[in-house]
Write a protein that binds this ligand. Structure first.
Ligand SMILES: Cc1cc2nc3c(=O)[nH]c(=O)nc-3n(C[C@H](O)[C@H](O)[C@H](O)COP(=O)(O)OP(=O)(O)OC[C@H]3O[C@@H](n4cnc5c(N)ncnc54)[C@H](O)[C@@H]3O)c2cc1C
Length: 403
């Protein structure tokens, strides 16, 4: 059986970051996870939250912890791009627009600490600076011109995986079917057979509680998300030059908060803007429910509302086509990620990221690396803040297979 120091399960944004940091610390790492499914409608294996070409990058956030982990990650984007030759980060700026004074006040308080150079625009300045957007007259805004914009999650993972290999790590394009502690070691089974590790790190995203892998089920929820991609024709692109990523919060109904991304080139070669909702409902986290959600193209009511909102937000833009997509993220019960060791086994969690962590994956991966190597999180993080919360009723090592 092949033997590794650490086996990281989950080749998404966060697991890939952790594996790379472990390898740069001289650890013999195997990172296991399947590539993106070719056809979502027919795929029956696991899905991930990273099958897209755009994720907002921003330091501005109403919650200091999220601003902190984002800022720490962003400082490492350019060095990783340089090391790997893979460009994944686009510094086009980030704009937040709202008529909710409390939300903006929290953002501004956080900005004082993490991004003091924040700019503020009133509605007429907004219209002049960003003429393609239409906002109501009662909004206010904050603008982050640097250290923000978007990243391409597919390319970010490619860069992390390439850097991992440059540091001697191994990438296995497999799905893990079973994890079995065996004394001081942990055995991990894929369709290719067993490998063994001194330690295992679980970074399986929304599939955390799907059986056979996790020692004890964690308390978390899965939030389904619908997005709309609006195709921008070649003639329209120049009119949208300089467009930033955007968070747009009108009124007090969190279900009506949206985010928006500027034109990004997708794998089909075309350019799309993207609109999505910032908060969502819940779905069950069992394998069947997740598969059903990912095999479909989002929630019809949200598709209608997001399409209408997109037209209101960009009234002078014509879309060559509109498509909807489904995705999902995880919500922890503490508001912070679970970065912790399971009781009495050399298995660690890097789970329940609480959404919005594409931009912060690198720092979360570094935090898990320090925990695995030194038994505690690095300063200024508090190990107790990131303890796993368990489900009340939980079955040890369910035998159900994942794939
Ligand atoms: C619609 C949407 C929009 C978002 N927008 C933003 C944004 O603008 N900015 C931002 O910062 N964040 C954003 N996020 C959040 C961000 O995408 C997530 O925080 C991030 O993807 C979580 O990374 P992860 O590695 O924990 O999970 P994932 O990226 O889902 O990776 C988990 C991986 O585990 C693998 N896996 C599961 N089970 C197994 C198994 N048994 N064996 C092997 N591998 C397994 C999966 O294949 C997957 O690759 C958004 C999320 C969604 C859904």
């Amino acid at each position: 059986m092949i033997n590794y120091d650490v086996i990281v399960i989950g080749r998404g944004l966060i697991g890939s970051a952790a594996a790379r940091h472990l390898a740069t610390h001289g650890v013999n790492v195997a990172l296991i996870g399947p590539s993106e499914p070719l056809n979502h409608q027919t795929h029956t294996g696991v899905f991930g939250s990273h099958y897209d070409s755009g994720r907002i990058v921003r330091i501005l956030d109403p919650i200091p912890h999220f601003a902190h982990i984002a800022k720490a990650s962003i400082t490492r984007f350019r060095p990783l791009e340089k090391q790997t030759g893979i460009n994944f980060y686009h510094e086009v700026g980030y704009l937040v627009v709202s008529n909710n004074p409390e939300y903006l006040a929290n953002m501004e308080a956080c900005a004082k600490v993490f991004y003091p150079q924040v700019e503020r625009f009133n509605p007429s300045e907004l219209a002049e600076r960003f003429p393609y957007f239409h906002f109501p007259s009662d909004v206010d805004s904050l603008y982050q011109p640097t250290d923000g914009g978007y990243l391409n999650p597919r390319e970010h993972i490619s860069a992390q995986n390439k850097a991992l290999k440059l540091h001697g790590g191994t990438v296995l394009d497999e799905t893990v079917l079973e994890v079995q502690p065996n004394g001081q070691m942990v055995n991990v089974r894929t369709a290719q057979g067993w490998i063994t590790g001194h330690k295992v790190l679980l970074a399986t995203g929304i599939y955390a509680n799907v059986g056979g892998i996790i020692p004890r089920k964690i308390a978390f929820e899965v939030e389904p998300h619908t997005t709309i991609l609006g195709e921008i024709s070649a003639e329209e692109i120049p009119k949208l030059t300089g467009m930033p990523s955007l968070s747009y919060r009108l009124g007090d109904d969190p279900q009506r908060f949206i985010y928006f991304m500027p034109p990004i080139q997708y794998p089909d070669g075309k350019y799309y803007v993207k609109i999505g909702h910032s908060k969502g409902d819940r779905i069950a986290s069992d394998r069947e429910s997740l598969q059903h959600w990912f095999q479909n193209e989002g929630d019809p009511e949200r598709i209608e509302w997001l399409t209408e909102t997109l037209h209101q937000l960009l009234p002078t833009t014509t879309f060559a086509s509109l498509h909807s997509r489904s995705c999902a993220l995880t919500i922890s019960s503490t508001g912070k990620q679970y970065i912790d060791q399971f009781d009495e086994v050399p298995i660690f969690a890097l789970l329940a990221d609480h959404g919005q962590c594409a931009k912060s994956a690198d720092e979360l991966g570094l935090m898990a690396t320090e925990l695995i190597l030194n038994g505690r999180l690095p300063s200024p993080y508090r190990t107790d803040d990131h303890r796993i919360q368990y489900q009340q009723i939980s079955v040890l090592y369910e035998k159900t297979e994942v794939d």
